[in-house]
Design a protein around this ligand. Structure first.
Ligand SMILES: Nc1ncnc2c1ncn2[C@@H]1O[C@H](COP(=O)(O)OP(=O)(O)OP(=O)(O)O)[C@@H](O)[C@H]1O
Ligand SMILES: [Mg+2]
Length: 341
């Protein structure tokens, strides 16, 4: 990695997201701030429901404005995304920002063939002929592991399986060589060999075009392998952040301890429950005041009923009352816990 920091690409400050529900407004994302530099790979990890997708979709303007309220400031190369018109946002998304969403249908239009959609995206920012764009689409579909790309290119999204659709979305996101690629569980629906190919493609995007990547994944092995930095999310907040090396070698937050202690075996299968932490994460309706993790934290104390302080350790930080001197012993007690049978 180069030593001098590269220019700032994305600056998210105080992002909060709430939803209108039958029982009133509930807050799902609470004061999330983070930055991404050109060419950096940031991974966001956390259990299901912690707010990873809502964070990314809302900063890209992909939320439903009727029911979703987004506050805060998001600057991409100095442009303020939350103030952009739908049209400007759409143009930016197809050109400078690529999205591989968790639900492939967010990115695909049902009424056009996938080949047409990929080719359009290429032609939106490269002056090449329709024929050359089609050829490039077929190549890209082949690169993301779609069998018979020459035939698949003329299919409509509904004529593809879930895994095939995800590959088409990946091909589309890669087609514009974006400055920022947002990848929300890009490999979940794919089999292991294709997962490795797709990760290689993402890394190649950074190597060849200097793209920065925000990668949401449940696979901590992938995080350790590709990410420069990690944000750990819980109940709508970033509870810990740091370089991948820091967070993996000396995590500061008890939630991160549990998450890392629960890394599933090499099969890469997602654990439904985290053996080192009992219970389940809260929904936005039930996030407690104070520390959102306190009800599941075996080290919680009275102070945790108030909003936790931000403790720093170099560039790493965590939202937790624990003092550095307490952490090692407490973490040790989690690591020696036996998994329930
Ligand atoms: N439109 C909505 N209205 C109300 N609640 C919502 C809405 N969208 C998401 N939520 C809730 O917000 C919380 C965060 O959801 P989000 O999709 O960001 O989770 P996630 O971290 O991406 O989880 P997963 O790993 O399962 O993808 C969840 O409790 C979810 O049910
Ligand atoms: Mg999600």
């Amino acid at each position: 990695m180069n030593q001098s920091p590269s220019p700032l690409l994305l600056d998210v400050q105080g992002l909060s997201v709430s939803f209108a529900t039958d029982r009133g407004r509930v807050r799902a994302i609470d004061d999330v701030s983070f930055q991404l530099r050109e060419g950096e790979i940031l991974s966001i990890v956390g259990e299901s429901g912690s707010g990873k997708s809502v964070t990314l979709l809302s900063l890209l303007g992909l939320h439903d404005p009727q029911t979703t309220f987004v506050d805060g400031a998001v600057a991409f190369r100095g442009k303020h995304l939350l103030q952009m018109s739908e049209r400007e946002m759409r143009r930016l998304r197809g050109k400078e920002i690529g999205l591989i969403s968790q639900d492939p249908m967010t990115a695909l239009t049902p009424v056009y063939t996938i080949g047409w959609q990929i080719a359009e995206q290429i032609r939106a920012h490269e002056s090449i002929s329709a024929r050359a764009a089609r050829k490039r689409s077929i190549e890209l579909l082949g690169e993301v592991g779609l069998a018979n790309p020459g035939e698949a290119v003329d299919r409509y999204p509904h004529q593809l399986s879930g895994g095939m659709r995800q590959r088409a979305v990946i091909a589309m996101a890669l087609s514009c060589n974006p400055a920022l690629l947002v990848a929300d569980e890009p490999t979940t629906a794919l089999d292991v060999t294709v997962q490795a190919q797709v990760l290689d493609l993402l890394l190649r995007l950074r190597k060849d075009f200097g793209s920065a990547i925000i990668l949401i994944t449940h696979d901590m092995g992938v995080v350790a392998e590709v990410a420069d930095r990690v944000n750990v999310m819980y109940a709508g907040r970033i509870v810990e952040r740091g370089t991948t090396e820091e967070v993996f070698s000396h995590p500061m937050h008890p939630y991160s301890w549990g998450l890392l202690a629960s890394i599933p075996s090499l099969t890469g299968k997602r654990a439904e429950r985290l053996p080192a932490i009992g219970g389940m994460p809260p929904t936005p309706e039930s996030i407690p005041a104070g520390c959102g993790f306190a009800p599941r934290c075996r080290f919680a104390r009275g102070e945790c009923l108030s909003r936790p302080p931000l403790r720093r350790q170099g560039d790493q930080s965590a939202l937790c009352v624990l003092q550095p001197s307490e952490r090692d012993a407490l973490r040790g007690s989690i690591l020696t816990l036996e998994e329930p049978a």
